[in-house]
Design a binder for this molecule. Structure first.
Ligand SMILES: C[S@@+](CC[C@H](N)C(=O)[O-])C[C@H]1O[C@@H](n2cnc3c(N)ncnc32)[C@H](O)[C@@H]1O
Ligand SMILES: Nc1nc2[nH]cc(C(=O)O)c2c(=O)[nH]1
Ligand code: SF4
Ligand SMILES: [Mg+2]
Length: 239
């Protein structure tokens, strides 16, 4: 069976972001990304700094590791990256999880379509705002959302750092009216170990983002969230 490039397997922990925030889950983090976001909090998946830690694993080997870590204390796995949507082999992993009675979530920026996306229970599409330095190919995102709308498994989550990002988020929300929409506080310091200062800064940014959304009639049907794992554990990896 085809193998996947894996950088991290961890949990159980809480899903710290978006549509299933707070849910107990395991994480599988794949290596490689087609983007280079200026503020990426997982740059080690694509910048070469963790190259030596990438393992090519079969779905069965991934499952064994999840069970070794979580025992019978989980029923949900989140696949993130990097961009797991670069990998056709996610299909086999998701099928294996299904046979084990495990629900799946997946995080991607929405730059590539994969047929297995219809089999994901909780799919987060996180197109990137101007502050990331990336450009959204809306024709690709249009096509992904069109195919997932009848399934009802997708949400949109836009990370916000500044006014231009907020305007971008408004435009994305307006374009895809029927999709649950989340605004997420951007973490501007992904390397600090000063957790107290980071939490304070993130809460200030959270309040700023709430205030922005409250007075915008185009942002009535939205949810506004921080990354709660960052509030609890700071920039620690593997949580
Ligand atoms: C590391 S990415 C991996 C999945 C996929 N490449 C993507 O970007 O959606 C997981 C989530 O973390 C978000 N993220 C990355 N860096 C962040 C930061 N500095 N502050 C807040 N969210 C961040 C991304 O926007 C995405 O929603
Ligand atoms: N607890 C926790 N929740 C998360 N939600 C999305 C994450 C990601 O890096 O994709 C993430 C993560 O790394 N940890
Ligand atoms: S798309 Fe996701 S993993 Fe890739 S650089 Fe951007 S935030 Fe990081
Ligand atoms: Mg993360």
């Amino acid at each position: 069976m085809s193998k996947l490039p894996v950088l991290e397997i961890f949990g159980p922990t809480i899903q710290g972001e978006g549509m299933v925030i707070g849910r107990k889950t395991m994480f599988v983090r794949t290596a490689g990304c087609d983007y280079r976001c200026s503020w990426c909090d997982s740059a080690f998946t694509w910048d070469g700094s963790a190259k030596q830690d990438i393992r090519q694993l079969t779905p069965e080997a991934i499952w064994e590791e999840l069970v070794a870590l979580g025992g019978d204390c989980f029923d949900h796995v989140t696949i993130s990256g990097g961009n797991p949507a670069l990998l056709a082999a996610v299909a086999d992993l998701v099928q294996l999880f299904k046979t084990k009675g495990i629900k799946t979530a997946l995080e991607t920026q929405g730059s590539r379509w994969q047929p297995w996306m219809t089999a994901i229970d909780d799919l987060t599409l996180s197109p990137k705002p101007p502050s990331s330095g990336m450009k959204t190919h809306f024709s690709v995102l249009d096509s992904i959302i069109e195919q997932l709308l009848p399934i009802g498994n997708a949400s949109l989550k836009v990370v916000i750092f500044d006014e231009a990002d907020f305007d971008y988020a408004v435009a994305v929300h307006e374009r895809y009216k029927g999709i649950p929409f989340f605004l997420q506080v951007g973490n501007a310091d992904t390397t600090t170990t000063n957790q107290e200062a980071l939490t304070k800064q993130l809460m200030t940014r959270y309040e700023w983002l709430i205030d922005k959304a409250m007075v915008d009639p185009k942002m009535n049907d939205v949810r506004i969230l921080p990354q709660i794992h960052t509030l609890v554990w700071g920039n620690k990896r593997g949580v």
